[in-house]
Design a protein around this ligand. Structure first.
Ligand code: NAD
Length: 466
């Protein structure tokens, strides 16, 4: 055996798993074909947050008078905005490299395929530097992630110039003046928010009847209104019939409510979901079960093939970095015989637009579908002291409780920095808190988090500041 564990893919699923494996005393290698940190750190979560911060600061300059401040003329250097985002990614990529060294994890740069081995499959790596290396470990963990879904039949396919996925949208040479974003999930909304903040004319097209369709309906509605106040335009319930390139940009033919409409813009961003990176790994020959581009796994990431596991985006939804890390740690602790508790903790979801959206657990509709009688609390930031002082009064906090037991089953927030607050409710649900614990918790004053307390109080007729 060359290693105890080989992890394939160094995104937030893979590299965190490798660190935990090393902590557990396992001799570990990680194979990566592109860059340590994966999509999240190099092309996703992290660089978009840098872009969004630039957009947000720039947008705030337009409201300086509200704070009694003044600048003569604000402008931006687009290349500088992009360069900062790349620098942030590069810093964190180097950080992962440092962590691999610190934990004595061998990084193998190249593309891995699996072949029948002794016990676990053998890992054959076509090395970046040329040649190949054949490695055998007791356990192999697949963490190869996912990539943007494209729909070539209607032209939803990136060309790197006028049709972009998140990848091209992250590093354009110039900011587009007009943009059609197809898909209103987190990727679509975050890029729409960023480019709108820099002044682009942006229309978001969504096939379903509302934007951010995985969120609670009240949050979706409030988000659309808030984004429209910033000048974003939406077409919901819209079927894309054809995306074609015109002389100067793109044309997107739609059908909205039975009527045909064509949108013209410099550029289109395709953000219609993702597909798992299942190809080229040799999964079929090993008999690994793949459904809808995802590897089918058991409760611990096992694929059914001895010694072969899959975690993160590759193992299916929700396609989120923190879910991947969480699953990876569970998987390796299970392999090491630690008997980790089941993967039942709810996975929070965040959209870092302006305003931000964050949620955890069940929406009100999902709770009702499960037959749960609910008590619902709401509290708006417009009456929260800190929010008023900060000039950030948009949005609200909604909490959903099981009326029979008092257990918190879901929480939904829209407003400034709600992505930093949702963890409080995630912890509450993980600890199976009821309204009693949430009411008894002391929230610091003045903070926007007081709205979280008030929302829980409101669900039980005890709200204080309304
Ligand atoms: P998504 O599945 O979240 O959203 C895609 C949206 O496109 C959906 O609302 C869907 O109804 C719509 N859609 C699908 N086909 C369409 C069509 N033909 N025309 C118009 N609309 C169409 O996917 P995404 O936004 O591409 O993101 C991919 C994954 O990455 C998601 O799981 C997302 O949660 C994750 N992600 C998370 C973050 C974050 O946590 N902030 C950021 C980016 C991406």
């Amino acid at each position: 055996m060359d290693f105890d564990v080989i992890v394939i893919g160094a995104g937030p699923g893979g590299y965190v798993t490798a660190i935990r494996a090393a902590q557990l005393g396992l001799k570990t290698a990680i194979v990566e074909r592109e860059a340590l940190g994966g999509v999240c750190l190099n092309w996703g979560c992290i660089p978009t947050k840098a872009l969004l911060k630039s957009g947000e600061v720039y947008e705030q300059l337009g409201h300086l008078a509200d704070y009694g401040l003044k600048v003569e003329k604000a402008s931006f250097d687009f290349a500088g905005v992009i360069a900062r985002s790349r620098k942030v990614s590069a810093q964190l990529n180097a950080g992962v490299g440092f962590l691999m060294k610190k934990h004595k994890i061998e990084v193998v740069e190249g593309e891995a395929t699996l072949e029948k081995g002794q016990g676990a499959p053998k890992v054959v790596v076509a090395l970046k530097a040329g040649g190949s290396r054949s490695l055998q470990a007791r356990h192999v963990i697949l963490a190869t992630g996912a990539r943007a879904r494209t729909i070539p039949a209607v032209g939803l396919e990136p060309d790197g110039e006028r049709v972009w996925t998140y990848r091209e949208a992250m590093v354009p040479k110039a900011a587009p003046k007009s943009l059609v974003v197809i898909g209103s999930g987190a990727i679509g909304i975050e890029f729409a928010s960023f480019y709108r903040a820099l002044g682009a004319d942006v229309t978001v097209v969504e096939a379903l009847p509302r934007i951010l369709p995985v969120e609670d309906e009240e949050v979706s509605k409030a988000a659309q209104k808030a984004f429209e106040r910033r000048g974003l335009k939406f077409r919901v319930g819209a079927a894309v019939k054809k995306l074609s390139k015109s002389k100067s940009g793109v044309e997107v033919a739609l059908e909205v409510g039975g009527k045909a409409e064509t949108l013209a813009a410099d550029v289109a961003i395709v953000a219609v979901g993702i597909v798992g990176n299942v190809e080229g790994l040799g999964l079929e020959a090993l008999g690994v079960k793949v459904e809808k581009t995802h590897v089918v796994t058991d409760a611990h990431g096992g694929t059914g093939v001895p010694g072969l596991y899959a975690i993160g985006d590759l193992a299916g939804p929700p396609w989120l970095a923190h879910k991947a890390s969480h699953e990876g740690v569970h998987c390796i602790e299970h392999i090491a015989g630690l008997k980790p508790s089941n993967l039942t903790a709810p996975i929070p979801g965040c959209t870092y637009a302006n305003p931000q959206v964050a949620s955890v657990g069940l929406t009100e509709a999902q709770a009702k579908e499960k037959g749960i009688a609910v008590k619902v609390g709401r509290f708006p930031f417009k009456v929260n002291g800190k929010a008023i002082a900060s000039g950030e009064t948009e949005g609200f906090v909604k909490t959903v409780f099981d009326a029979a037991t008092g257990a918190l089953v879901g929480a939904h927030m829209i407003g400034a920095e709600v992505t930093e607050m949702i963890q409080g409710y995630a912890l509450a649900i993980t600890l199976e808190a009821t309204e009693a614990e949430l009411h008894a918790t002391v929230y610091p004053h003045p903070t926007m988090s007081e709205a979280m307390h008030e929302s829980a109080l409101d669900a039980f007729g005890k709200v204080l500041h309304i």
